[in-house]
Design a protein around this ligand. Structure first.
Ligand code: FAD
Length: 715
């Protein structure tokens, strides 16, 4: 067996602690011993002051670094031997150095493991420690009711900086050190260690301990006042909440607010429903459906049909998309929301003060609404990169592609993310000659490489030219032919096109509605804390404008927190929970994921086991001629706890729901295996994946005994 450096260090620590107990050194670190030998110790210090000081200091560092019992007695002894001033000096430095050594040892031995193993779950704590760890440590140090060594070891497992740990510890322990060293100067009168800290004194120390928290609250309040200082707060408000933007985030925010009887105004400048209904999820899925039908026609022979053809007009297909939008529109209509108790204002919103939103209506009239809180849900828009020459051609994006009524003969899709991929396959199926250009080495780069390969292979089989590792360098649109020039490994290639669709990402809408003038902090998105609060505590943000996810379901999820926090702060607020976030890319084969994939697990050094189930084995998938793809489950090694799932195949997004529920409610693979799944369904794949896990973890020894038992029963 190989023992690494950490192993040897543990052996050394255990040996030192073992020696301490083997030689019963603890006997020298109890009150009675110190009291009985006080005169001897004082004489020793008087005779050899420097040696006594250095040795005492070293012993104190060792006791605290090794987390041995006796630090309290040694603190008393310091007072007794060296007096208040020198005793304080020795103990203050020795205890802080010893604590920091214990902290560093704990971090070195276990810190990486804890962070990689539980990092995801500790994310909020880590963020809190990174921001305010010093405050919390100070509080813990001031309150001596919490064991000294526990704090050292536990803080080692957090990301707090060692230097911060050192100086905050030293400062925080001063009061407690003073109490004990001072008591030590009166050693003869002390009967027990617990007697030193009277309930009154303990109460004062606890008060001192919570002082930094109170101070922090006061600082927060002062900062908040500073932020608000430029504006006069209205004495009363017309409403509790104004929501800016009527997309997925804004609609749900307004709905929740109205449901809990708040007075809420939802302002939308364009169309209720936002991107999802008008230019995003709904039209894309409607178009995907028509394109899928055409792909089935192409595959007629696979289904036993001799020949099939489809005569269609591209414009009709695009009109169907609009009909689908119209059909869903009532779900997000002004009438519906008004009926739910939301005051809907059609117009453009601008924040003019932290409590006032000005609404400009289509006829130019303006109205200022006063409100206690604001939720910004202004969404995002497609990003068009500044590629030279791109302004010479008409660029399609997810915003305007729905207006097309003529099918582009040759279409370039720039971008290999989910939106780029969905539109690439769809237009190829509708008959465009599509070239997909992605500068990264593969499409769907957030997914595992095998997923990207499967999707790219399918695209190629359907006639798409998938060009990964190709960077768009310029567009030539001046002459008769429009051409995209790309660079691959230093070689330029020319791709002629009739239309170019840019899908390289979406940027948050941050300009033009008062954020800059007000001073709301922004980066790539509106900056929010865990409660979705901006730097103005009464102004919140949710959805694409806040990030980090850009999905309808995450927008709706955040909306609940934004609404509730905006309405109930400071009485109660909830931190948004991002632990289990699913998503799907609606290409064929469909790709769906929740939690970690292999790529992320490896990046975060999280140990995992992989269990796979191939859809080519599934009865229903075979019957449907869709026997392709897989279910891949990552679990904690040796356990059925699910870390993440990737499903590739028919209806992957729907199949994923079972795993989302399992992860959310901490159900393991054994529970999925023990659940009856209808035969023959695609959902059975989930159960079979769990079955594969179970087989791989069958208790072989026990089974050998069971085999013997059966043999015995046969006689
Ligand atoms: C092509 C495409 C396909 C997609 N497919 C999916 C999918 O399958 N699944 C999925 O989960 N997500 C999908 N998405 C993403 C999804 O559409 C977004 O994540 C979601 O719409 C974000 O909602 P939101 O409320 O944050 O923003 P939005 O829906 O953009 O809403 C913001 C609203 O705010 C309004 N607004 C902005 N400024 C003001 C102002 N000053 N005053 C008044 N109103 C204002 C805008 O007009 C807009 O209506 C897709 C997106 C695209 C583009």
């Amino acid at each position: 067996m190989r023992v690494d450096k950490r192993g040897w260090f543990v052996v050394l620590l255990l040996a030192l602690v073992g020696l301490f107990f083997a030689f019963d050194l603890g006997q020298y670190l109890n009150l009675a011993t110190i009291k009985s030998r006080q005169a001897e110790l004082e004489a020793w210090r008087a005779g050899q002051p420097v040696v006594a000081g250095v040795l005492f200091f070293a012993a104190y560092v060792a006791v605290s670094a090794l987390s041995l019992p006796g630090a309290a007695v040694m603190t008393l002894a310091a007072g007794a031997i060296f007096g208040l001033g020198l005793g304080m000096l020795i103990v203050s430095f020795a205890s802080s150095i010893g604590a920091t050594l214990a902290f560093l040892a704990s971090r070195w031995l276990l810190g990486d493991w804890v962070q990689s193993r539980f990092g995801e779950r500790l994310a909020a704590l880590n963020a809190g420690v990174a921001k305010e760890g010093g405050f919390y440590l100070f509080t813990l140090r001031l309150v001596p009711v919490l064991p000294f060594f526990v704090i050292n070891l536990a803080m080692g497992l957090t990301p707090i900086r060692p230097l911060t740990f050192y100086w905050v510890s030293q400062l925080g322990m001063l009061a407690g050190t003073f109490v004990y060293v001072n008591a030590g100067t009166q050693l003869a009168r002390i009967e027990s260690i617990s007697g030193i800290v009277s309930p009154g004194l303990l109460g004062s120390l606890v008060l001192l301990g919570i002082f930094p928290l109170i101070a922090k609250k006061i600082i927060d309040m002062v900062q908040a006042r500073k932020i608000y200082a430029r504006w006069k707060k209205p004495a009363t408000f017309d409403r509790n909440l104004v929501v800016i933007g009527g997309g997925s985030a804004g609609l749900v925010t307004a709905y929740i607010a109205a449901a809990i009887k708040a007075k809420v105004t939802l302002v939308e400048k364009h169309k209720l429903g936002g991107d999802c209904l008008n230019t995003g999820c709904v039209p894309s899925k409607a178009l995907i459906r028509s394109a899928k039908f055409l792909s089935h026609v192409q595959r007629a022979k696979e289904f036993g049909i001799k020949s099939a053809s489809a005569d269609f007009d591209f414009a009709d297909v695009m009109e169907r998309v609009q009909r689908v939008i119209k059909e869903i529109e009532p779900h997000d209509s002004v009438e519906r929301y008004t009926g739910l108790g939301v005051d809907v204002a059609e117009g453009s919103a601008r924040i003019v003060s932290p409590w006032e939103v000005e609404v400009t209506h289509a006829d130019g009239s303006k109205k200022v609404l006063t409100t206690r809180s604001i939720v910004i849900a202004a969404g995002a828009r497609p990003f068009v990169p500044p590629i030279p020459g791109i302004d010479q051609v008409e660029v399609l994006t997810s915003d305007n592609v729905w207006k097309l009524r003529e099918r582009p003969r040759r279409l370039v899709v720039l971008g290999g993310g989910p939106i780029g991929c969905e539109l690439t396959q769809t237009f190829a199926r509708l008959g465009s000659r599509v070239t997909q250009v992605e500068m990264l080495p593969r499409i769907l780069v957030r997914e595992d490489p095998e997923v990207s390969e499967l999707v790219a292979a399918r695209f190629r089989a359907e006639g798409v030219a998938v060009l990964t590792g190709h960077k768009a360098v310029r567009v030539q649109g001046g002459g008769l032919e429009k051409v995209l020039v790309v660079d691959a490994d230093g070689q330029e290639k020319h791709i002629p096109f009739d239309a170019i669709l840019v899908a390289v990402g979406r940027v948050a809408n941050l300009k033009g509605y008062g954020l800059e003038e007000l001073g709301v902090s922004t980066g790539r998105t509106v900056e929010v804390n865990g409660y979705l609060q901006t730097n103005f505590p009464n102004i919140y943000a949710a959805g694409d404008v806040a990030g980090p996810y850009q999905f309808t379901h995450t927008a709706a999820h955040q909306a609940w927190y934004a609404a509730v926090n905006a309405l109930f702060d400071p009485f109660k607020k909830f931190s948004a929970d991002y632990r289990v976030i699913p998503w799907a890319t609606f290409v064929e084969p469909e790709v769906a994921r929740v939690g970690l994939n292999e790529l992320e697990a490896a990046e975060r050094k999280i140990p995992y086991e992989v269990t796979r189930y191939g859809m080519d084995d599934l009865d229903r998938a075979i019957a449907d001629s869709e026997a392709h793809g897989f279910v891949k489950v990552l679990t904690v090694p040796g356990k059925d706890t699910i870390l993440g799932v990737t499903i590739v195949g028919e209806h992957a997004g729907d199949l994923l729901a079972e795993y989302v529920l399992a992860m959310k409610h901490k159900l393991g693979l054994n529970k999925i295996l023990g659940t009856i799944h209808t035969y023959p369904t695609l959902a059975e794949a989930n159960k079979f994946a769990a079955g594969n896990w179970k087989r791989a973890h069958a208790p072989q020894r026990l089974l050998a005994w069971v085999e013997r038992f059966h043999a015995w029963r046969r006689g």
